[in-house]
Design a protein around this ligand. Structure first.
Ligand code: SF4
Length: 1015
């Protein structure tokens, strides 16, 4: 029947007084029932521990407000289930949909489907409930007001009506029922001897009403509040306000304690003087309590390093340490990354959304595949996922990837269907690179396409019947069957994933139950997935039990209340981070808040939050801030940082500018120790074997990096494989048959040759619809070959038969060259035909007396003779395909090679050894194929409709002019390249100033030079 309010500064013994009261009550009546209300888990655990230390807690119930609401209801014989987060979210979603359908939503109609809108409504409804605002009162208040306010009131009223239909209650609504129960039955809590309310910094209107009724029925109630009666200090302003509210509602007897605060010296000094307008004494410190780091990431590392030092050197348990920050969203991943490295357990007050769990993300990615028309990359990722079993082996998935690349499947099941047919009929002439313009690897050569197609059918079957709309319950049933068919639940192995699965179950249940409330409604697959995503976003992931053991607590500054720690670090004391920038609430504006008794959003007492936060530390405190912003600009300190700084002299602040001079004993992880060791060029803890081994590895890495940074590539880390020379000499011996393109690759960059030809690595480009450059090259070559061969046989003008030949080739092209015609294929055909016509006209105009006599002439292939060159290093054999051979009336020969690209076809390219194909083909026509004396040769640039500036007849070099000089230069290069390849010399040194975009090493090569233009 008596309510006491115990108000006193932090750490002065308020909780101890409460425990004394409990002891006294139990002494008087050993069976006395005591209720202790606390704000959070940490406070509950600490209260329990202190109670146990003082002699035991028999008969004492410690819990949160909602535990006691439940208790009151049960005392009155009422059991009202509380809805889950997911169901609450779903009900709000359905309420919005219903109000919109009934035409009552105009102001918010544009955002009615946004996930953020549902979250805002959830918070707004909770605030209105906590302020004891009834739906009728809210509707009355908003009648005649703005549409925004009135629509909010309608949504609030409908949401509560749905809750009533369901017969469940939301967590904020529980207090309403508890208040009703206490009002209706004045003996409900009369058996309670003592109620202790400890660790709160504020109470909602509903909580005050509940406490008043409870206090009237229990024998005694004691409420603690951190602050000072009559204090004018900023840091106590919130306490003054709460004091006034409690005084008005509960009329408690105000008491205080006069014990000195049990805090470490700097914390006590801050407690007394920070933000105190009166004269302040400075306190000299030998140990820093404030730390400035370059970035928020370093700040997080420094805070955890400080905690680890206290843990290791002073044996402070990790669960007696805490970190608070106003901006937990930013610091959470930074702290998590540093803690993983430092080997520390963290426990966050803010849990991750379920939708970010890897298992749930995989499910969502899979389910959205049909909605996005099965984009190939996402589809392959799903097939690779360890969370599903599609009946495909790893090799199957790799083969499917090859099918995608070979048939260029970008998206959609239709492309897959067409691809299987096309690949079954494809024709592949060349198994090796003869001409980089036309070369395409046959990726599916050894794949059993029919069997693979059948195995993939199981995947398509999963989504075979999603076209028909159905109720949420039926969709959930479908999803459960799908997941179980793919062994999703059986493949779950970690505690984190198990927790995610159980939360997934909660979200699915919410979808089913919400339908019972708002009525069954059939929705299509897209709507079901949207609703599911929304439900998953509203559920948070439980932290695994293992992670919670002996862990540092990480919370928001506003959550710093009640519990106490030996060491506390406060992060983010720079301008804009804390105090946080306050913005008005666009949904519940300030006037409405004032009128309905809700907490204001502006002018919140952030100084009081600061006071609460730093006084959570008993002995060790560290306040940190970043001094540089992300763009490297100076970041101003927070006014609270300045206020704290003004209180201390001596070594109070440390600024971390560089790790170079830091004692290695301060390193918090082996990685960090080694990193500092490298910077300082010595490792102090060299006697540790494992560290010594890692130090040696770093020394090796250092040598490699030095080699890679050198101006010229040389040595074993830079492509010098001299140790493999004997096996290379064997592989590339006199019996080896070379193609011009392989030799040219070596000329362009030895390492490119090594990666591409010796290691057989290929560049993997993103899949794009349409023809790739090799297919375009093949198409042009085929048309030109047929036009000239048929015109030669039939004695017709090549230009006259171009259209009919092209039409035939275009018709069979998809099958022959392995591509799927896109929607633009018809347009593309006419554009390509026009290009060919112009090219053919120019080619005919320059022909003069030359007559084409051979096309696609192979040498060194399919039984045709090789070109054999006797060079200084021995005999070299070459093979290839000559696009066209012409003869003049004198019986002389010229060779022509068609190119779709137009760059690197000049005389200098042969002089530098980058283009060797033409002279090789000239020598092959003359010596290997015995077609006659070759007097000329050139590349024909199809797209540019002109010959290359490199012509064999007018070749010039410093050693002389003419075709023989071109041959000599070519032989010299071939001899040199082959010798170097056999020696194992593969330095990454591109001959041009830029690297070719087709180089497979371009994705990792440390000597890559960008800027190549692929024409
Ligand atoms: S990226 Fe450049 S330097 Fe490296 S291997 Fe390729 S071509 Fe050579």
């Amino acid at each position: 029947m008596t309510i006491e309010l115990l108000i006193a500064p932090a750490a002065t013994g308020k909780t101890a007084t409460c425990i004394d009261q409990i002891r006294a009550a139990q002494k008087e009546n050993p069976l006395a029932q005591v209720w202790v209300l606390v704000p959070n888990q940490q406070t509950a655990a600490q209260f329990r521990a202190r109670l146990a230390e003082s002699g035991g807690g028999m008969g004492v119930r410690i819990g949160f407000f909602h535990h006691f609401y439940q208790e009151i209801l049960e005392e009155n014989g009422r059991f009202v289930p509380v809805i889950s987060q997911a169901l609450s979210h779903r009900l709000i979603q359905e309420t919005v949909r219903e109000v919109s359908t009934s035409g009552d939503l105009t102001h918010y109609d544009a955002i009615k489907d946004k996930l953020g809108f549902f979250s805002v409504l959830k918070d707004s409804f909770a605030e209105l409930r906590s302020a004891l605002v009834s739906p009728e009162a809210f509707l009355d208040y908003t009648r005649g007001s703005t549409p925004a306010r009135h629509e909010l009131a309608i949504l609030y009223e409908r949401f509560l009506a749905h809750l009533g239909t369901l017969g469940w209650i939301d967590s904020e609504g529980q207090v309403w029922l508890a208040i009703e129960a206490l009002e209706n039955n004045s003996a409900t809590a009369s058996h309670v001897s003592l109620v202790v309310v400890d660790g709160f910094t504020a109470f909602t209107a509903a909580q005050r009403r509940f406490l008043k009724l409870l206090g009237q029925q229990a024998d005694e109630m004691i409420i603690t509040l951190t602050g000072e009666p009559e204090s004018a200090r900023m840091v106590h302003r919130r306490a003054q306000k709460v004091l006034q509210e409690l005084d008005a509602d509960l009329s408690p007897k105000i008491m205080t304690v006069n014990h000195p605060a049990l805090l470490g010296t700097p914390i006590l000094h801050m407690e007394k003087y920070v933000l105190n307008p009166e004269a302040v004494e400075e306190c000299e410190l030998q140990e820093p309590i404030m730390l400035e780091a370059r970035s928020q990431s370093e700040e997080a590392r420094e805070a955890l390093r400080w905690i680890k030092q206290l843990h290791v050197r002073q044996s402070i348990p990790l669960n007696r340490c805490a970190i608070y920050t106003a901006d937990l969203n930013t610091y959470q991943p930074l702290l998590r990354a540093a803690a993983d490295e430092f080997g520390l357990n963290l426990r966050f007050s803010q849990r991750d959304p379920l939708s970010e769990s890897p298992a749930i993300l995989s499910v969502l990615n899979l389910l959205t595949l049909p909605l996005e028309n099965y984009p190939t990359r996402t589809l392959l990722n799903a097939l690779h996922s360890p969370y599903f079993q599609f009946g495909l082996e790893n090799q199957d998935v790799e083969n499917l990837e090859k099918v995608c690349r070979q048939a260029i499947i970008v998206t959609g099941k239709e492309q897959w269907d067409a691809a299987w047919k096309m690949l079954a009929r494809k024709r592949q002439d060349y198994a090796e690179a003869l001409d980089e313009e036309r070369y395409r690897l046959d990726l599916t050569a050894n794949v059993d396409l029919l069997a693979l197609k059948q195995r993939l059918e199981r995947f398509w079957d999963l989504f075979a019947r999603i076209e028909s709309p159905r109720s949420q319950a039926r969709w959930v049933e479908w999803l459960e069957t799908l997941l179980s068919n793919m062994s999703f639940y059986d493949l779950i192995s970690t505690e984190r994933d198990r927790a995610a699965c159980s939360s997934l179950g909660e979200a699915l249940r919410a979808l089913v139950v919400s339908e019972k409330v708002v009525g069954e409604r059939e929705v299509d697959y897209g709507q079901f997935i949207t609703d599911l995503q929304s439900a998953l976003n509203s559920v948070n992931l439980e932290e695994p039990t293992e992670a919670r053991k002996n862990a540092v607590f990480i919370g928001k500054l506003v959550e710093a209340r009640g519990s106490r720690y030996q060491a506390v670090a406060l992060l983010g004391f720079s301008e804009g981070l804390f105090p946080i920038v306050e913005n008005p609430d666009p949904f519940l504006d300030e006037d409405l808040r004032k009128d309905l008794g809700l907490e204001p959003r502006l002018k919140r007492e952030q100084a009081s939050t600061f006071y609460q936060a730093f006084t959570r530390a008993n002995t060790h405190l560290l306040i940190t801030r970043p001094y540089l912003s992300e763009d490297g600009e100076a970041w101003e300190p927070s006014p609270y940082w300045q206020a704290a700084k003004a209180l201390f002299t001596g070594q109070a602040i440390i600024k971390i500018q560089s790790f170079e001079g830091r004692p290695q004993a301060e390193a918090a992880s082996p990685q960090e120790l080694l990193f500092w060791g490298v910077q300082q060029r010595q490792l102090i803890y060299a006697e540790d074997d494992e560290l010594q081994q890692r130090w040696q590895n770093l020394a090796n890495a250092h040598r490699i990096l030095d080699a890679r940074r050198a101006k010229h590539a040389e040595g074993v880390y830079e492509g010098d494989l001299f140790e493999q020379a004997s096996s290379l000499a064997q592989r590339y011996s006199a019996g080896h048959s070379w193609s011009a393109s392989r030799l040219e690759a070596y000329g362009n960059c030895p390492y490119l040759f090594f990666v591409n030809s010796a290691l057989n690595l290929e560049i993997s480009k993103p899949l794009e619809p349409g023809l790739d450059p090799a297919q375009v090259g093949s198409l042009y070559h085929r048309i030109l070959e047929l036009v000239y061969s048929e015109s030669m046989i039939n004695h017709t003008d090549p230009l006259e038969i171009l259209d009919s030949v092209a039409a035939r080739v275009f018709e069979s092209a998809p099958e022959m060259f392995g591509f799927r015609p896109s929607a633009l294929w018809e347009v593309e055909k006419s554009q390509r035909l026009e290009k060919l016509r112009k090219s053919l006209q120019a080619l005919e105009a320059e022909r003069g007396a030359w007559q084409p006599i051979a096309f696609e002439k192979k040498f060194g292939i399919q039984g045709t003779p090789h070109l054999e060159l006797k060079l200084s290093g021995g005999k070299i054999r070459l093979h290839g395909v000559i696009d066209r051979v012409d003869r003049n009336p004198n019986g002389e020969i010229r060779v022509i090679d068609y190119k779709t690209g137009s760059s690197h076809l000049g005389r200098p390219d042969l002089q530098k050894g980058l283009r060797l194909q033409l002279p090789i083909y000239g020598m092959a026509a003359q010596d290997a194929l015995q077609l006659g004396e070759v007097v000329d040769g050139f590349y024909w640039k199809i797209n540019d409709a002109c010959a290359s500036s490199l012509q064999l007849s007018n070749f010039e070099s410093e050693h002389g002019k003419g075709i023989e000089k071109a041959y000599q230069v070519t032989k010299d290069y071939i001899s040199k390249y082959v010798a170097r390849i056999q020696e194992g010399s593969f330095m990454p040194e591109p001959h041009n100033t830029v690297c070719p975009s087709y180089c497979p090493a371009s994705q990792w090569c440390w000597r890559y030079r960008a800027g190549y233009k692929n024409e």
